[in-house]
Design a protein around this ligand. Structure first.
Ligand code: CA
Length: 225
């Protein structure tokens, strides 16, 4: 499983990045300054860095240039504010492998991380795709496969699966599922939830008895991982 060090001083962005990385099967560690990043590099031995440019104790690109000169070969993706082309050029010149612009498009960022890790030859260390029942799930690419054969999921099934995965091993009520997917809470819809869950279950479960997508009687559903 690849470990990614997120170097970002804005707490909201840092947490957003870490949450999404974890969601996609990466391990994330965070640093709010370059000083903390130096410590994190040693302590955490990350596989790659996400690096903000404007940090309280210096410029990310200048720091990266120094690290590259000192022999650091870890893949680095720079996170920068859109339209600061000069920043982007400077960052790439400093030795960044790629960059993304804020505000982030998270799916794009995850795809870029995977690509950079692949190019860096860490493919075997790229996170194993989450295994849910008999399916290997790639949330970024929205593909699901079973024994290397693609399984197709509907948009609603994807939304449900993502919600369940984010809350794995916890019980979600039908109301929570309805609220998340349809944004309304209508009793009529609780039947629809059961229908979609039933279809999803057929794709996920290997046997007749559910072992992964469980019904918790009187409460709702739980994805058991
Ligand atoms: Ca910043």
């Amino acid at each position: 499983m690849s470990k990614i060090l997120v170097i970002e001083d804005e707490q909201v962005i840092r947490e957003l990045l870490c949450d999404n990385l974890e969601f996609d099967g990466f391990t994330s560690v965070a640093a709010a300054s370059l000083f903390a990043a130096e410590e994190g590099l040693v302590r955490e031995q990350p596989d790659m860095l996400l690096l903000d440019l404007n940090l309280p104790d210096g410029n990310g690109a200048e720091w990266l240039k120094k690290k590259r000169d000192a022999g650091m070969s870890l893949p680095v993706i720079i996170c920068t504010i859109r339209d600061r082309e000069i920043d982007i050029i400077k960052a790439l010149d400093a030795g960044a492998d790629d960059y993304v612009t804020k505000p982030f498009r998270i799916r794009e960022l995850i795809a870029r991380i995977r690509a950079v890790l692949r190019r860096a030859g860490n493919d075997s260390e790229a996170p194993a795709l989450p295994q849910i029942g008999r399916l290997s799930i790639d949330f970024a690419a929205r593909t699901a496969s079973c024994n290397d054969r693609q399984t197709s999921l509907t948009t609603t099934e994807w939304q449900m699966l993502e919600l369940l995965w984010k809350n794995k091993n916890q019980v979600l009520s039908r109301e929570q599922i309805i609220d998340h997917i349809w944004g309304i809470n209508d009793l009529e819809d609780s039947r629809a939830v059961d229908v979609h869950i039933g279809r999803l279950r057929k794709k996920i479960e290997a046997g007749n008895e559910p072992e992964t997508l469980l019904t918790v009687r009187g409460f709702g559903y739980k994805l058991k991982i």
